[in-house]
Design a protein around this ligand. Structure first.
Ligand code: EPZ
Length: 433
């Protein structure tokens, strides 16, 4: 089992570059099933990305990585079912459904199951695909899909701008017969990146100003090369690391426009932030002020994935802050662990009341989920003394070389033990060497 050991109190200073967005590369890997050959640049090496690559290889695709460049060829792709153990590795594997039905006219997957954030229903995914001519039967945990007449264009209105459902519909609509119009679609930047990749493959997707999306079905998609957009949640996580240590940080190859809702709160707290189109500078001197309240909502609102890192910052800000989570049921799962470091947080349903303290104290804590784990690292960087953060496999799902980047900025953080994927790499190296 792998842990981080952190000795808090070091001021972060320096420049870092953000890796490609996990939540863009995952749906694009699923969509690559519709293209013969794809080259994806700026792909982070994350455990969730490796899970998605294992699904593609199970289906018969060949994949290879050269640094941050992934090559996917689907010529050998003959399977249309994903076994349970692969579906359960990563909750967002449901995003393969639309791509498999689009390629084969049928698909068999198992329910991806819940995750640390609570139940992760897929009713919007399934009901939308049914509107596109897919017959769906759920039996014994399996989802059997078939489109006897092929996928048909449809007009769909989502009751909630679900990111995953928007992605499944977008991918399924690319080669459907006719036009698909999607209202109340998710507007996250990762949706735009998926559309850019699919259009590079020859799809005809239009994201309209009113938030709707129109897709004209085309016969087939060709080859494409696409650069994954930078990870906005990784960027705000590092900004919180810089802010909590009273540091001075420059992040390059980032798009500040994609996380204005977060930088606005950081400025409200007293951070000085200067943005350029692809770069952001943060300096933070003196005590932080607690923001009035933070309410998560779909893009362009405050992103739920940024709640945990920002909450850690608020545990040592002056005053009381109120967090209202509107997306996931168990977004506060990490709070009891944070309290072991002296954080004063009261939970009432989907509301968290944070009373800022002078300082936190290092402790032994355990990650409960990806962003909660990142929040623990933010807190440990400023806590007095030593912290041990266990179960960092959660963090490795979404942050590439987090400890290495933080060390380069001056943090005292090391990884103890190896994660399963890192052991595989070693095993692989031993075989290969
Ligand atoms: C995506 O999850 C992201 N994951 C999440 O990031 C992110 O927090 C979330 O969007 C919201 O922005 C990836 O992109 C891989 P949703 P997704 O469908 O697609 C309910 C991270 O830490 N819902 O917008 O699962 C659902 O229960 C992860 O990187 C239904 O009820 O999000 C939830 O309450 C965590 N029925 C809400 O909608 C459905 O069919 C948001 O879900 C689908 C969703």
């Amino acid at each position: 089992m792998a842990n981080y050991v952190v000795h808090g109190g070091k001021r972060l200073e320096g420049i870092l570059r953000i890796h490609g967005a996990k939540n863009a590369v995952l749906p694009i890997l699923a969509a690559s099933l519709l293209s013969e050959e794809s080259v994806l640049e700026n792909c982070p090496d994350l455990t969730d990305v490796r899970s998605a690559l294992r699904i593609l290889e199970h289906l018969g695709c060949t994949t290879s990585r050269r640094g941050s460049e992934l090559h996917i060829s689907t010529q050998g792709c003959t399977r249309w079912s994903i076994p349970d153990h692969l579906m359960r590795e990563m909750r967002s594997s449901i995003v393969f459904l639309g791509a498999i039905v689009a390629r084969f006219g049928k698909a068999q997957l198992t329910h991806p199951g819940g995750c640390e954030l609570g139940p992760r229903p897929i009713d919007l995914h399934l009901s939308s695909l049914e509107k596109m001519g897919v017959q769906i039967q759920e039996e014994g945990g399996y989802i059997h899909c078939v489109a006897p007449e092929g996928l048909q264009g449809a007009t769909i209105t989502l009751p909630f701008p679900s990111v995953g459902a928007t992605e499944n519909i977008l991918i399924a609509a690319c080669t459907a017969h006719g036009t698909t119009t999607l209202f109340n679609a998710a507007r996250e930047p990762e949706i735009q990146d998926l559309a850019d990749y699919l259009n590079a493959c020859g799809a005809s997707i239009q994201l309209r100003a009113d938030g709707s999306i129109q897709v004209q079905g085309v016969k087939r998609l060709g080859r494409a090369r696409h650069r994954i957009l930078p990870d906005r949640i990784a960027a705000v996580t590092y900004l919180c690391c810089g802010a909590i240590t009273g540091g001075s940080l420059t992040i390059e190859d980032t798009l500040p426009d994609h996380y204005r809702a977060v930088t606005q709160v950081l400025e409200e707290m007293g951070c000085r932030i200067y943005c350029e189109p692809h770069r952001i500078h943060l300096t933070c001197q003196g005590a932080l002020q607690a923001p009035a309240s933070v309410r998560t909502s779909p893009y362009p609102g405050f992103p739920t994935d940024a709640l945990a890192p920002l909450m850690s910052l608020c545990t040592v800000a002056r005053g009381t802050s109120i967090f209202v989570e509107t997306i996931f049921q168990s977004r506060f799962k990490h709070v009891p662990e944070l309290s072991r470091m002296g954080a004063k947080i009261r939970l009432e349903g989907n509301v968290a009341v944070v009373e800022g303290q002078e300082a936190l104290t290092g402790a032994s804590v355990c990650c409960t989920d990806l962003r909660g784990g990142a929040g623990m690292v933010v807190a440990a960087l400023a806590a007095r003394g030593r912290s041990t953060i266990a179960e960092i496999s959660h963090i490795l799902r979404g942050y590439e070389h987090l400890d290495r980047h933080l060390r380069q900025l001056g943090a005292d953080i090391v990884q103890e033990g190896k994660d399963v994927e890192q052991k595989k790499d070693e095993g692989y190296e031993q075989e290969g060497s």
